[in-house]
Design a protein around this ligand. Structure first.
Ligand code: ADP
Ligand code: MG
Length: 670
């Protein structure tokens, strides 16, 4: 389908008088189809008018742009008419003259008789025939707004843009005008974009409602489809089965935004100290000895921490992800490499633990995991997931145990997803158990477990020592999934904003270095040192440098981006994938699904900090789009309806959906 209007990665930055800049809109990206009615809703000052004005051509995007029927919008034009709240009529001209002024100017190529007919038609259309010779001073607010609408429509625009058009009118007048507008839109198949802060108005008129988060750097928080058939009658709309849930969804979203704004105000003013304005220059950062700890090692060994003013960074090798979590929460660590879902899970409270907010502003790596089974399965002909499923059915009395590294890790979520996609219930048909990465191999070798999902070098070690074979890599399941992230306590991020930013920048530069395959031999030497991964470099080579061997008859394959650190917008703390992780964490009963998911995402996945870092580094293109995720089994995860998605999953536990109020939880705990 060709999009009628394509709002393509729009940023709007205003220069301020004091030399600073105000980022009003950040990465606004969505499309509008012909004949569609779209509302923009969000709190005052979030950037609704700014966006509408960019579509109108009255203002330009700072980066990105708007395309209408294949042409970029660079200036206003008669194909896009705007109706503002304050009518903007000439007070000394009559209704007819006000409309005629616009028509005669814009359609001067048409014969006068045709223009006159258009003028009369539109006066009639909005029911003002009797008032056609009156001046604005003699008209009510509702009538003036009708003149403005008639004037806009008389030019036969392709797009009607409305900025809170009925905001200043009393309820009865507003209701009448809404109905007129609806009728006109239907009759003329108009494409409309309307800014409003009235949820009922949005529901009555719209096909879709785009909800913006609060500024600065306002983004699309969620897009609601309004599946109410047209033509609509107000009462039918209100009585439609989805009306109240849609309305609640909007109000809920707006309330979450209010809370986000309040919390931002509460964060203490920042006092910068030391050399480059950093609050803290000596840091302890936790990591797990795995191939994908490379960015941390590179940042330290190549002097990148120092380059960004972090004079003394101590990399603390940790025995397990659990230890990483504990030492982060206790404050022993300033920051840590974490498995992807850990900041969300700690913030929500894993298995009913007290929620403690942990944030991530940087994804350190993608992919890099595999699912290894003991070699004896291979020898028995069990070589694929389908084989395994059959085998489970044939041997119902046998139990099988698979290892994974942490409940909130992608290893757990992906392993479970993969099993469930083949109709294997990961809690009923097999047993999953948490084992630290470095102990996986020994447990498989000892026969304590039948297989595992883990990062490297632990799959390749099993292959090279003939203990196991790789049944699938994560590239087979979700190529490009978020793997390791930089996590810090939220309170730490609030107390050390400049240090946090410096850390993100240093690691981002390290990630770029790590993705350059020309550097890989050098990085391998660093990783092999005893204080880092400390294993045989041969186990780290497959996938990182060399072709990947699965320990089967298959030829070793060059895997593109098995260890992905920078390319394809690796590093953005993408909220959409965070939302997917929350659905999976809830699916398996690890945390409840937060009713206030949009608030939690904004709080935990700090796109704002990442955005600041990439702008400072001059790489603003590294943000990710808000697009659905396509998983390997063909399902699409739509970020606008996570509950529906969760509900649609066949295999799942009894999950909870509840509002998670972290601040209250912390007070109770204190
Ligand atoms: P909304 O219509 O959602 O209430 P606006 O689009 O009018 O919000 O404004 C979005 C933000 O951009 C506001 O914080 C506003 O103060 C700021 N803004 C708008 N125009 C300018 C400008 N010319 N210079 C600086 N800031 C501006
Ligand atoms: Mg406005």
């Amino acid at each position: 389908m060709i999009n009628f209007i394509d709002i393509d990665h729009v940023d709007k930055v205003y220069p301020l008088e004091n030399g600073d800049r105000y980022i009003a809109l950040k990465n606004i990206d969505f499309c509008i189809q012909q004949g569609e009615f779209v509302s923009l809703i969000g709190h005052s000052g979030c950037g609704k008018s700014t966006l509408l004005n960019i579509i109108a051509g009255l203002d330009r995007a700072t980066s990105g742009g708007v395309i209408l029927e294949g042409r970029e919008i660079k200036q206003p034009g008669p194909d896009r008419m705007v109706v503002f709240q304050n009518y903007s009529l000439l007070p000394w001209k009559t209704v007819r003259q006000n409309i005629a002024l616009a028509v005669n100017a814009a359609l001067k190529d048409k014969p006068q008789a045709e223009r006159d007919a258009l003028i009369e038609e539109h006066i009639h259309l909005v029911g003002l025939t009797a008032a056609a010779d009156k001046r604005p001073g003699e008209l009510s607010g509702g009538m003036k707004q009708r003149v403005a609408i008639a004037r806009a429509l008389a030019l036969r625009p392709k797009v009607l843009l409305l900025d809170e058009p009925f905001g200043a009118l009393d309820a009865l007048t507003r209701g009448n005008l809404q109905e007129q507008l609806m009728r006109i839109c239907n009759e003329h198949q108009l494409t409309c974009v309307m800014v409003t802060h009235d949820v009922d108005e949005a529901l009555l008129l719209s096909d879709r409602i785009v909800m913006l988060t609060n500024g600065p750097a306002a983004q699309i928080g969620q897009i609601l489809d309004v599946p109410i058939p047209r033509p609509r009658q107000r009462l039918e709309v209100v009585n439609h089965p989805s009306y109240y849930s849609l309305r609640n969804e909007m109000i809920y979203f707006l309330n979450q935004q209010k809370r986000v704004a309040r919390r931002k105000q509460q964060v203490a003013p920042k006092v910068a100290v030391s050399g480059q304005g950093l609050e803290k220059v000596s840091l302890d950062i936790g990591f797990i000895p795995l191939t994908d700890c490379a960015p941390l090692v590179v940042a330290k060994e190549k002097g990148l921490f120092q380059k960004y003013g972090l004079e003394q960074v101590n990399l603390v090798r940790q025995p397990s992800w659990k230890a990483i979590a504990q030492d982060t929460l206790s404050g022993r660590l300033d920051a840590a490499q974490m498995v992807a879902g850990m900041p969300l899970a700690l913030t929500l409270g894993i298995h009913n633990a007290t929620p403690l907010p942990v944030v991530t502003a940087l994804t350190l790596s993608r992919n890099g995991n595999a699912i290894t089974f003991a070699k004896r399965f291979y020898d028995q002909g069990i070589r694929s997931l389908t084989d395994f499923k059959q085998y489970l059915e044939q041997t119902p009395d046998k139990r099988h145990t698979l290892g994974m590294v942490h409940p909130a890790s992608m290893h757990n979520l992906i392993l479970r997803y993969w099993l469930a996609a083949a109709d294997i219930d990961p809690d009923v048909d097999v047993d999953l158990t948490v084992i630290p990465p470095a102990q996986m191999f020994a447990n498989l070798k000892a026969g304590n477990i039948d297989g595992y999902c883990v990062g490297e070098p632990w799959n390749s070690r099993a292959v090279q020592e003939g203990i196991g074979f790789v049944m699938a890599t994560d590239l087979d399941i979700w190529n490009g999934h978020c793997e390791k992230v930089l996590g810090v306590r939220e309170s730490w991020a609030n107390e050390n904003p400049q240090t946090h930013l410096a850390l993100v920048k240093a690691l981002l530069e390290a990630c770029e270095y790590c993705d350059d395959h020309r550097n890989r031999e050098d990085i391998l030497q660093l990783l092999a040192r005893p204080e880092y991964v400390g294993t045989d470099p041969a186990w780290m080579r497959p996938g990182f440098i060399d072709a990947y061997h699965t320990g089967t008859a298959a030829e070793p394959q060059k895997l593109i981006n098995y260890n992905q650190f920078f390319v394809n917008k690796t590093n953005c703390p993408d909220p959409v994938e965070g939302l997917w992780m929350m659905t999976q964490l809830a699916r398996w009963g690890i945390v409840p699904f937060p009713r206030n998911w949009s608030e939690i995402l904004q709080r935990v996945r700090r796109v704002d900090v990442f955005d600041q870092a990439i702008r400072d580094l001059g790489e603003p293109h590294l943000l990710r789009d808000r697009t659905p995720i396509r998983l390997v089994d063909g399902t699409v995860f739509n970020p606008d309806d996570p509950l529906q998605y969760l509900h649609s999953l066949a295999i799942k536990r009894d999950y909870n959906v509840q509002e998670i109020n972290i601040d209250v939880a912390q007070e109770v705990a204190a």
